[in-house]
Design a protein around this ligand. Structure first.
Ligand SMILES: [Zn+2]
Ligand SMILES: [Zn+2]
Length: 515
């Protein structure tokens, strides 16, 4: 399946969750004789196992290595996993949603994602299928909207089709128009370079002002940002003290936006109520005379403000000041135009473009705030599982937990977070296998200290290339240890240098592997 088809498949699946477990990997049961030489045995099963990329080797029943770890001493800080951030399509959806939410919020119209058939409308999926039909302007027949409703798994009645069409027009189309016209607007606006005299004048003024301000950021540095990084300001008159205060607010607001960006859980995702006002795209013709409200941000009466797009200073009742950069814009010069003065704070297209296109935060896991012993982690994990499923954890069928995992992972709304003690260095913690430096070995343990299947020994057996590396490389020549719980996961990956990976489950509940 090529990547386009994989995506199409995922877009279909998002409407109604189904899960078909992949076929079982081959299971090998070596005889004690075969088991005696690990590398020879691996070479033997290789032609079969390579076809599936993963296999299970069941040691002979008498091979039972002791769990050799100082349970009282082992302490570790797990990583925190928000389960649905692990899956690529769900992550794409979350990032797309974050952009759309930011786009509307920055314009003073925070978005409420509408509900359909008891679920929030999947905007990413809607955009995907409208694009498949050639874009919104091509979706001009009920037939196309029926097809889209069908692809998204909704019923194909007139009200659903209208719902999809209206919300596309209301929420996604303005964003699309903005994206398309952004380059032109940025070009137009950037034409107006600031005059150097104004620059120095502002700086002097800023210094006077800075003494009176209590803030972490000096006025000087704000002016610098304002005039060196955003040279497109169009206000003719030098700024007044009140304008500078406005800039301070702007810096503060930028910080809020920054916080929003960092908030990977999208706490502001509001999932009820109607969407934002339709900005200039409703059926009525756009009419500027209908807008009677004054802009919320009163302009300095002594200053002359010009629109950054048309460069005119007329209709100042419809000029908006950007809360980010203080540039001014006519409501009707914006693309798409605004048919009303926004109630909340408003950002200009340049500021929105900058915010919306900030690169996404690098993916990674936060560390938990607390340290666990194995016992404490086990208690936490058991409680989580029994609370989650409403029954004792060991009664939950593996197939049920597996299906639930894939359901959570494909949902943008699920907020399930678990902890995972992953990549624990066995040099610090031990590997669970006995080694010659283990304390309190029982007489029968020596066999396991020396066993080739002991993961401390396997990488450096005769015949292994890793034997020639004269260093302890965690995860390569020295095993890592993992302490998992229900729904904790490690993403599919290539091993370092495309080497094989081998894992031994010491104890606990079943763990599911995919190849
Ligand atoms: Zn204008
Ligand atoms: Zn701006």
């Amino acid at each position: 399946m090529d990547s386009k088809n994989i995506q199409k498949n995922a877009m279909h699946k998002s409407a109604e969750f189904t899960f078909t477990p992949p076929p079982e990997a081959p299971v090998f049961e070596p005889t004690p004789e075969e088991f005696a030489d690990p590398l020879a045995y691996i070479a033997k099963i290789r032609p079969v196992a390579e076809l599936t990329g993963i296999c299970k080797i069941k040691p002979p029943s008498r091979w039972q290595p002791p769990f050799s770890l100082d349970v009282d001493k082992l302490k570790f800080v797990p990583r925190i996993q928000k389960v649905n951030e692990l899956e690529a399509i769900t992550r794409l959806k979350l990032l797309f949603l974050e952009k759309i939410l930011k786009f509307w919020e920055l314009q003073g119209s925070p978005l409420k994602i509408p509900m359909i058939e008891n679920k929030t409308l999947d905007l990413y999926c809607l955009k995907f299928w409208v694009d498949e039909e050639g874009g919104f302007e091509n979706c001009n027949s009920p037939k196309k909207w029926r097809k889209i409703a069908n692809a998204m798994g909704y019923s194909q009645n007139a009200s659903t089709m209208n719902f999809l069409r209206n919300n596309y027009e209301k929420i996604l189309l303005p964003y699309e128009i903005f994206e398309q016209s952004k380059a032109d607007i940025l070009k137009t606006v950037k034409k107006t370079e600031p005059k150097s005299e104004i620059k120095s004048e502002i700086k002097t003024e800023s210094k006077e002002e800075s003494d009176g301000q209590i803030t972490m950021i000096s006025i000087d540095s704000i002016s610098k940002v304002e005039f060196e990084e955003k040279p497109h300001t169009s206000i003719k008159k030098a700024k007044t003290g009140s304008d500078l205060k406005l800039d301070l607010d702007a810096v503060k607001n930028n910080m809020d936006v920054e916080q929003l960006r960092r908030n990977r859980e999208l706490r502001r995702l509001a999932c009820y109520g109607p969407g934002p006002k339709m900005p200039g795209l409703n059926d009525e013709e756009f009419d500027i005379t209908k807008s009677r409200k004054r802009p919320r941000y009163d302009l300095d009466p002594l200053a002359i403000y010009t629109c950054a797009i048309c460069q005119k200073d007329n209709r100042d009742d419809l000029l908006l000041i950007c809360n980010g950069c203080s540039d001014t814009y006519h409501t009707f010069c914006l693309k798409p135009p605004l048919n009303a003065i926004p109630d909340g704070e408003w950002r200009c297209p340049c500021c929105i473009a900058e915010e919306v296109h900030k690169p996404a935060e690098a993916f990674g896991f936060a560390q938990a705030e607390r340290e666990y012993t194995l016992q404490q982690f086990g208690e936490m994990a058991d409680k989580f599982k029994s609370d989650y499923f409403g029954m004792s954890g060991h009664q939950v069928l593996t197939s049920v937990a597996e299906k639930e995992f894939w359901r959570i992972i494909s949902s943008v709304e699920e907020d399930v977070t678990v902890e995972y003690g992953a990549d624990l260095h066995s040099m610090d913690h031990g590997s669970g296998f006995p080694t010659k430096s283990s304390l309190n070995l029982y007489p029968g343990d020596q066999e396991y200290v020396d066993s080739g299947w002991n993961l401390n020994n396997l990488p450096v057996l005769e015949g292994s290339v890793l034997r020639f590396i004269n260093a302890d490389i965690s995860g390569m020549t020295v095993p890592w240890m993992y302490v998992g719980m229900c729904f904790s996961a490690f993403c599919w990956h290539n091993e370092d240098h495309w080497s094989y990976s081998i894992n031994y489950l010491h104890w606990g509940e079943a763990k599911t592997w995919y190849g």
